[in-house]
Every structure is written in structure tokens, then in C-alpha cells.
Design a protein. Sequence first.
Lengths: 641, 416
Amino acid sequence: MPSSSVLPQKRASEIASSAGKRQISIKQTPEEEARAKDYFQSHVFDDHFKQDLKKQIADSQPYRWGTIQNLIDDDLLRNVRKEIISEISFKKKETDIYKVFQSGDLANLSGMTKQDLERLPSLYKLRSAIYSQTFRDYVSYVTGCGKLSGVKTDMSINTYSKGCHLLTHDDVIGSRRVSFILYMPEPGKTWKPHYGGSLRLFDSVVPNVPRSDYYCKLTPQFNQIAFFTVQPGLSFHDVEEVRVDKQRLSIQGWFHIPQAGEDGYIPGEQERTEAKSTLQQLESKELKEYDFPKIQYNELPPLETQELGTLVGKESDYLSSLDLEYLQKYMNPSLLTAGSIERLNNIFAEESVVDVHTFLSEEYLGDLKKQMKQLELNEYPEMPQKQDQVVFPWKLAVPPHKQRYCYIDGLQKQNIDNAQSIAQINQVKSIELPNFELTKNIFELLKPEVAQRLEEARGSNPSLTSIHDVSIRLCELASFFKSVSFKKWLMAVTGLRPTHDQILARRFRPGHDFTLASKLDLATDDRLLDGLLEATLNLTPSSGWESGEFGGYELCMGTDEPEAEETAEEGLNEDEAAIYKASGEDSVVYESQACWNKLSLMYRDSSVLKFVKYVSFNAPGSRWDVSCGWLCAKDESEESG
Amino acid sequence: MAPKRPLGFGKSSKAKKSKAEPEPEEAPVTNELTVELPQEVDADDPLRQLEGLWLTWIRSDKDNELILNGIVHECDRLLRNCKQNGGDEDIELTPLFYAIYGRSLAGLAQFNVEDSETSVTEYFDNAIERIEDGMDKFPGEEVLLFAKAQIIMDRIPLEYISQMDVESTKTKFPDIVEMLDEATRLLELGTKTAESKENYTIFNGSTVLDILDSLDDLLDIVDNFGRSYEEGLDSDAEESDEEEILPETQLSSSHPLYEIRNTDKYNIFWREAMKESLRLLDKNEKPDAAIRRKLVKKLGQSYLMEAEEPISIFTTLEYDSDAEGQEINGVSATAAKQVAQKLVRTAIEYLEGAWDEEDPQTWVDLAEAEISMGNLFEVGGSEQEDWYARAENKLVRANNATHGKYEEVLENLRGK
């Protein structure tokens, strides 16, 4: 069970300030400085090489970055690797944004003690080489980033083994000027692209909004360094999940802006940089118009609201015979009895959450599970891997520093490929109301065309299946959740009266999808309750998710500081290796593994973070669900109860 | 009274973990320590409950010591309270009871390896003692013969091999060969006994397969003893830029594992026992598909492994210009090819039986065997192309099903 170790990422501002507090300075001795150059391979300092590198960086896309192969003296780096393997223990850390093994007993290499020096002499040499005047000047020259601090060092050791990953972020925190990663997979062997673990760089739609597909990727080799200037709102990157049973060991860190007393120190620059970084975080938060799907709870039609309003305060008889007849087509009939409803209500009132197993009836499900399994194994066209492969009425959730998954929202087609078309959506057009019946019809209309292509493709694999039939069933279920009858059942079970709703059918694809932890972002309305009533119908047909190893679980956790405003997605820092201390591990309030036919109902207030963990490339399939959210009326019993 | 309303997560004074609503029709899946008994278990019969609990353990990841402890405590209690021992509970102890007792005690050993060595020894000694008690009361019961075989198979690596290094000598350890011979004898006897009683059901579960898996693992451990691996073995181990092929560590004839490593006897026994299990499994009216697939997959893989040597001889003689027209170990290219083809063909037959429409890995296993077969025919010839095409078809499908997991294998095949 991942619960105890899974925590959303710590807020950026806390990280920045704690990093400041525990800053440790080093000063190289003249002897160390003199020796530093010998720790590098000589070709690095060749003038042609240096000029070529500078040009490559100047011409690089999607933002300024560079890489050097065979950077460090080979023997030295092999020794560093041996020291790390024999002397340093690693501990798995898992949050919404990463899974990685971090060096537990030597969190930040800036804090190496004398004892560390004795057991890690090569690592110490490496650190002095990286932060030597010679190399800092070199990096400064080839990147054109300005002077770099030699006293503020910031490095840590991580290893990414099978399943480890780090999702999209821009590294912007505090006084960081250049990010670097020195790779140390097994020496003498080629790290191949299909192992995963690549560094992937993302272009941006507009500053602070990365594109969903990566622009380019670097497959790391032993003794290769990659680096880039930290650019607020632009330097988005991730670490692709490691897909095989191999260790992608690396040392990564930052060069900071010069500190007082150092060459290149500019009074006030650090403060300005930090302010800029904070501003960037705030701007990023404000850029909601680039988020898709929009979090938009639509008001129920007046007649429906009125109908539900008549039930408030009633003891029973929520469901008419017509309601029951309708609900029985979908739901397990035993959930519709007065006794069941009362039991569910008791649990829900006590816990604010209830898991309803076997929610849909066997009759309704029929062979849906088999159908979905067949689809996953024989999908045609193949499972979308890029944004433009996600075909309407399916859509892709963006931007990737917040979320990525496929969804059906019952709304019109929207072009979210560029800033201009997004501006049109936000400023010119109206977003109409969702209609899943119509969306279902669209899937039906699309079937004949797909059927023809399927027929042609079936020569090689007669089992090929398109997503349309499954999509139709998902639309049907979305319509069911929008039905008045279901809302009546919901009222009876939760005691809450929905007034606004949003329903999404979602698919979290292996190797791609997740949502980062976020708090509710609801507008204040005196007529409505502060929290959100949510339901997730888990419809994952594959098995093997129970351990949480493949991600795909939904997790909620309470935060103790309601005044803290920042959400988890704002800026990631990789040096959590250095300063992240898992605190409040018991604050996980709810956790649900991907599974088949379970409805999780919960009432969540704004202090609770929620996320769906990244689904591993090696997961047994996609996580599928129907996700519902309802704003609810402040009816009288709220005040009294 | 109107329905009650919740306070909401975070607002409630103590946020509590969700409580699963008891499932209306089926038992809920739970990770809590409340262990769900399989549906068929009679809740009023303590022995049946114990068996249910044991089944739950067997089907689990086997990483929760508390469940095992619970089983051992329940066994202690039943033994104390049964009428046979003067207790007042109406319980008739069965051979299965002693098997469960012994095996759960042995299972506890793995959780106590950090403690003193005696602790592991004690667990195993106690486990064997319980089984032998059972054997005294119920002679000739296959379930006890199998249980003892399993315990010995587990004991050898956990208690003894873990304490060995390449310098170890027989004098410091009990006779491992004797122990292994005893385990294989018990397995063989158990199989014969079960067949004579027409107890085919026991082959329809994991009891016998687990023993055979343990034997397979044990033989693997012995083969690889003394080697160290820096990386995992599940991905492509073939490409090493520096060609660091790890040599097999030679063991002296005084090493406790020397005999086991230097004989084919146990590998042959393993394969024959696997085939026998398969034969008896098939006597069930409804052979368990998952167990059957596991058996035939392993059998198929064992033939592929056996084919490695003749394949290597054939490819060296056929494609290495220095070795052309010669023999290796007295075997010509043609002879090696014939032997290899026969073995690979057998492997393919088994792997076809392991095919699972819902598990792309089984398609890939078969495709890999087909590629091996293709490699044994003339380069570019129609037979080779035919085998490659069969493999490619399966790999394309598997690659699609796993969104690109076999891209590399597929590219290699297409690049041939």
C-alpha cells in the first residue's frame, strides 16, 4: 500500500524558504581549485568544442539547453559511482509528481561532513570539480547565463529504477540559475531509449503553459551532463518513467546566482530573482484559461432544481416507482432498498465518504468488462500517445504540469492547440452545456467509417476493436449520472441536494496520465455549501492494481494549514531530496486503487487535496472512471445539523 | 427523519479513513487485516475456517506475517482443544490440518531471518515435527508428503544456502544432497499416492506447482551461486559494450552445492515431474486454466533453454567463417540444427498451450520461440521467412496491446 509514503508535493514557497534556511556554503581551497580541471576530460576545454557547444546551446529548442558527453575523468566518475553504490542507501519517495529513490543519509551534497569526506573521497572531488571556478565560468560562458555562485552548492543523488518518474515542472525556485544532471547509469553499457528515463523538454503554448507532448528528449549515457538555464515559465521538463529493471543513477543540482562577496554579486539580484520566481508561480496559478477541461459546474435546469427541492426534509419516498424502474436498469437493485440507503447514509454522514462496491448491476454491465479488456488488447487505431491522436469526442486534459488524461465531457469540439484558438474559446465563443446523449450519437455516427477501416486492418489481427462501443457505454453512464432519478438517490444517501454538476468520463493511459494534487477552487456563493460532493465510478477492467505499484490510485489528503494557498502543481523542485521531510504521513484521508465497478462517494471541503497517481507504463491497462462533481445547496438542515 | 448530512473531509474533527460499505452481493475486496474467507467456507466449522484462512494466505502476496501468525495460533488452539487431545471442542483433526500447521510454521521462518540463526532452524524443525506427527497419525497421505517436500525445498536456500559462500565446505553444513533427494522422493511418492487414490484435484491447485517452482528456483540459485549481478535480469541482458560476461564460479568438490550443480539429475527430475503434474491435472473434469498455462509455459521455456547449446553450436559452425566445416564437441552443424529444431518445436507446442488471449506476454513468449526456430533455417529462405512472419504477427499485436513495449524486439526482427 502506498498510503504512508505517498504525499503530494510540498508547496514551492515552503521549499524555497527552508532551502534558504539550511543553505550551506563551501569555499574551495586554492589547491582544490587548481586540481579541478584535471577532474574533467580534456576535450571539454578544447576551444573548438567549447565554441561549438556555445553555438549549439544558442540554437537549441525549445529553450536554451546543452549537453556534454564524457565530461568527467572516467576513472573518477566510476569511483564516484562505486562509492555511491557501496556507501549510500536509497529510500523510495513517492508523491503525486514523482516516484524516485533518494539518497537517505546524504540528502544534499552541500552538507557533506568530514566523515562523509572520508568515505566518499571521489564524490567530494566531483563536487569540487562541478563547483570550481573553471567549470562555473565554462557553464556561464556556453549558456550566457551570467555569473554563478561557487559557495552556494546544491546537489543531490537520485536513482530511478523501474517505475520511477518525475512529471513536468520548470525548476523555478529561489536563486537557481542553471539546472544540471550528471548521469551515471551502468558504465560501459549503452542506455537505450526504450529503457525510458530520458530527460524530456517541453515547449510552451504561452509562458507558464507547457505543451502536452514533449519537444525533444535526451537519452542519458554514463558520464553525460545535461544543463539548462532556469527560465521562469519556460524551462519545463520531466523525467520519463524508467520502463525496465535498470538503475538510472544521477547527480543533479543547480548553480545559483552569486552570493555576497562573490565575483558577479549584484546587490538585490537574489531578491529580484526570488520575487520573479514567486510572481511566476502566481501567474501560473492565474492561467486557468489554459486548463482543459475547465472546472465548470453547470446549474441544473430550474425544473430539476425545483423537483429536488421538494424532497428536502422528507423522511423517505425519495424515489417514485418510475425512478426505481429507471435506476434498476443501471444499479445493483440491492442499493435501492430503504435499508441499504439508510446504511449508506449512516456511513456517509459519519465519514463523509463511502465506497459502494458492485454499484452497477450485472445485467447492465453485461460483457462490458470483457469488451473493455478486448479494447485495451486490440485497440484500433492504437491507444493515442500524442495530443493530436486523441480524437473528438475524446479530448486531452492539459497542461501537463497539472494533468494529463483523456476525457469525454459532452461538450463541443475545441481546438486547444495554440494560444489563439484557446483565446477564441475563452473570449469569443460560448461553452455550451454538456449533452452526453448527443455525444453518444456522435460516436454512433462515427462507427460506420471506423468499421470500414477496421475491416481493412483486421487482416493482420481479426480481434482489432475500436473505442467507439466502449465510449458509447461511458456516455450512457454519464447520462445516467445526470439523471434526476440518480440525483434523488444521491440526495437520499448523502443528505445533500445537488444544484450544479460536472460529469467526465476519463481514461488514464499507461505511461502518460495523472492529475496532480489540487484543492477545490470554488467560487463563494452564499446559497451553496463550501465543499463539493463527488463520485468516482471506477471502471478499470484489468486486475493487478491492488499494490499501488502501477499508480492509477485516487488519493485524498487533508492539509492542516487552511490558510496556505499554493497548490501542489506550482513549481517542482528536485532538491526535495535535500530538504523534503515527509511530515504528517497520517494525513491521507482516503485512498482507492483502480478497480472494477466501485462507486466512491465523498464530500470534500477546500482543505482536502486530491489526485490520481501517474499510471505506470507497465500497468496492466488504463484506469477508466466516470468522475462526477456536484455543488450542493445550503438547505436548512445544514444550519441545524 | 431526513437523511443525515456529512461535515466533509477536513471539517470533521478527525478525518477518518473510509469504511467500505459491506458489499450487497459479494464479499468486498479489502486490504485491511480483516481477512475475508473464501465464499465456500462454512463459518461454523473451525477447521474449514482454518483451511479458508490458509487459502487466503496462499493466494496473497505472502508478505503479511500477521496472517501466518494468526494461522499458527489457530492451529495451536485447535490442537489443544480438540477431543483427540482431551479438549472440549468437537473437532476431528485432519491430514490437511497438520500440513497447514507445518507449512505455516515454516513460512514464519522467512520473517525471522534477521534474528539468530537458531530461530530459523527452530521454525523449520518445528514445522517438520508437526508434519511427522501428522504422518504418524495419517500414514500415506499425499497432502503431508507434499507439505514436507515443500518445507525442505524452502529450508535449503533459506536456512543453509544463505549462509554459504564459495569457500564453504560440506563439513559445516548438513548434507544438502540428501535433503534434496528426500524432498524429490517425497514429491514423487506424493504424486503416485494421489494418482492411486484418483485425487486429481490436488493437481488442479497450486500445491504441487509451488513445490516444483521452489525446486526450479533452488536449482537456479545453485547454478548461479557465487555470481553477482549489478543490474536486473529482466530486460535485455545481451548487449554489453564491454562484454563483461560473468563467468560461472567454480565450486570445489568439497562445497556443499558441488554435486547438485554438477549433475543433470535434478533438472531431469523437475521436467518429468512437471509433465506428470500436467498429465494428472488434465484428468480433472475442468483443469484449472491458469495452473495449466503456468505448467506448459515453464515446460516450454525449459526446452528453449535446452536448445540454447545446440543453437549456439549451429550458429557458430554455420556463420563463423573460422569454424566452417568443423565440429564442436563432436557435433556437426547439421546435427546441432536437427537437435535444436526438435527442442524448439517441442517448446513451441508447449508455449502454444500457454497462450492467453488476455496476456500479451504469452504471445511474445511464443513469438520468441518462433524467432529461434526461424534462426535455424536458411537465411532468407521461405521457411525462415515463414517463422519470422508468424512471430512478427504476434509481436505487432502484443506491441499494440502494450502501447509499444515490444517496439525494440519488433525492430530487431524486422531488421534481420
